[in-house]
Design a protein around this ligand. Sequence first.
Ligand code: FMN
Length: 142
Amino acid sequence: MNQIRDRLAGAGHTVRVGHERTLRAAEVFRDSPDLIIVGSAVRKFSLSPVTKAWIGELGAELRSSNAHPRAAVFVTHALTTEATNRKGERIRSRLVDVLGADRVAAGWISARVKGPDGPFHEGVEEAVFRQIDDVVAWASTT
Ligand SMILES: Cc1cc2nc3c(=O)[nH]c(=O)nc-3n(C[C@H](O)[C@H](O)[C@H](O)COP(=O)(O)O)c2cc1C
């Protein structure tokens, strides 16, 4: 997430990175973001229950506001992208449930790591940056 932040900040965007355990959805809303990138890591074949709860919180916050942010999903994982696809899609479908299909970027952004402490597989960082640039461009359209 830090590389993504640096890239977007370098392009002139205001970026805030927070952890799902400490950054509440209500705070995210106060910044009126154009785009929320929900990042998560696969651990022990499972999605983080904290990510699921955070998206639920986002839904509750949306119901009490008139904000219409867009969102994209970013998942770090060690297994193959194919093996992770269902997990990425599950996070995405939770976001679709709370934001609506037209507010959530298609697919999910995959960042495959070689081991628990990284690094990324070859070409992953460049591919992530390309997809991030695409979702940011999409989030900038009205
Ligand atoms: C305890 C543990 C369990 C993991 N289990 C999986 C797994 O089941 N599938 C997978 O693709 N990656 C697995 N990984 C790799 C993590 O997905 C990877 O380390 C993580 O995405 C890196 O992101 P982070 O630096 O934000 O933690 C596991 C890592 C740890 C430490």
